[in-house]
Design a protein around this ligand. Sequence first.
Ligand code: AMP
Length: 578
Amino acid sequence: MKNTNIIDSIIDNYLRFLFNFLAQRAFNSINKDTQNPNLVQKQVFKKILKLQENTIYGKKYNFSSIKSVADFKNKHPLTNYENYRSIIEQIAETGNYNQLVAEPITLFQETSGTTGKSKLIPRTKTLFSTFQKSFQACRIIAQNHCQPNKIDKKNYRGLPLSNALPLKSTPSGIPRGTGTSGGLRQSKIVQKIIGLNFSSPPSVLLIPDYQSAYYCHLLFALFANQQISYISTNFASNVLEAMQLLEEQWQQLLEDIEHGQICQNLNLDSSLRNELESILEPNPVLAQKLRIEFEKGFENIVPRIWPQLSYVGCITTGSMELYKEKLKFYFGDVALYSHGYGASESWVGVNLRPERETPAYVITSHAAFFEFIPVEEIDLAAPSTVDLSSLEIGKNYEVVVTTVAGLYRYRLGDIVKCVDYYNQSPMVEFLYRRGSLLNLVGEKVSENEIFAALTETLKNLSNESQIVDYTTRIDLSSSPLRYVLYIELSEEFAVLPDLKRYQNQIDDILSSLNVLYLNFRESKSIEKPQIKIVKQNTFKSLKQKILSRGSSESQFKMPRLLKEQILIDYLESLVRAG
Ligand code: AMP
């Protein structure tokens, strides 16, 4: 890479110092909050009601008269997105944000719509700052935990795996798009931080086509070589996507390194291509050094090509658990740090105990006012809620947030399990989304139960093949009713696996995990699940199909319960056996 001048590098060093200082401050603050989360929650609760009391919504619920949480719970019901849909549509149309929030809406975040219709979630400056604080803290936690001796704070760089779709606009001119795209496109500070901390120039993160963006990220990270100290992205699936791209494209990447160019096949406009190529210098020596490593194969490739890499920051829980094992193939012993838990609506938790085998998140009391519905009550008409410090270890709850950006007692739809306390703050494991529960007759089989049954079955019945991906649907046309599980396996089979045995195993394991399932199976109210093996690359093309509707790779989560007939028909067309 070409030299920058000395003054620029002094400024950069100063800014890097400043950003590190701010990140450390965010971490200290979040850590301190864990000692007295009740006090923080009281302050957040008061702040929210005060901030919004003069909005039309705040007046309707008479926020100024609410003096306590109990009062708030009496006056304001639990809500979900449908309670806000029409207000949000009106704001999008007219721009009159005061209907809901006192501050201007800087972005309508489009959610991934994994378990239902896509939503528009208002983002304000204050909401965004709660996210930034959590992100900053996660970086410090990772640095402190993951082989800190390897990190030379002045020179290290991260490999970012992100891309940003163009932002659209509502009829009243408010930007709309995915949360990640908004963060990257709208904030100059975020772009500056990227330029300083990552191997990719900020403009690479703005490339809409994610495969082209990932190619460039990999290229710049290979150039940066010894400096790459961490990888940062949202989800394990993003990292896997990048690793598969690396495996497919390594020869082209090396050619680009050798000649200081960018592959012509990428979807880049010419000014961006020129900008990026002007930074690259041919480096045949590096290309040759890397070639030796690639030619040894892809097992454990990452620590060989980025020897200073100390961790990968990506979410590995929930629907991402499937990809964790596969990443180990490429990453060997490099730590995977599942840094945080959040949604477009609100940040929820940070992982303050990275050493824990199953990642758990300490609820970030600064981010929202939290309530939790005991899982036994989630289907009641008026469930009760408990506050953050009343969670019982070992019990499951649905998360409810009151946010600084206009959502009140809002049910996130996520079910978590309280597994411990960190100081006085609860630590939760993510279990599943309510919207992905398989529920034919009241048995409520969750996505983590299906995942456990699938992995156990594969372990027992197949030595060589792994699950590439899977999803489910309910089959209302069969009698008795049943689930259909679509599975893509890593091997093409000359002789197809014995699906009956798979079905029996999965049925047995689900029966052992879920007593209601067992009861309904015994009473013959439901049939054992049907397994369908789909052709190779089916899930890649399913993902493309979903992304082509405007979702972003950075936010994509494979739906574990398919409800849309058009997607079900698509999968059916790719069934190989079953
Ligand atoms: P979105 O608003 O589209 O970004 O999606 C947010 C949802 O992603 C959350 O409500 C969770 O269901 C899921 N999610 C976010 N963080 C995690 C995590 N650490 N583990 C598992 N699922 C997560």
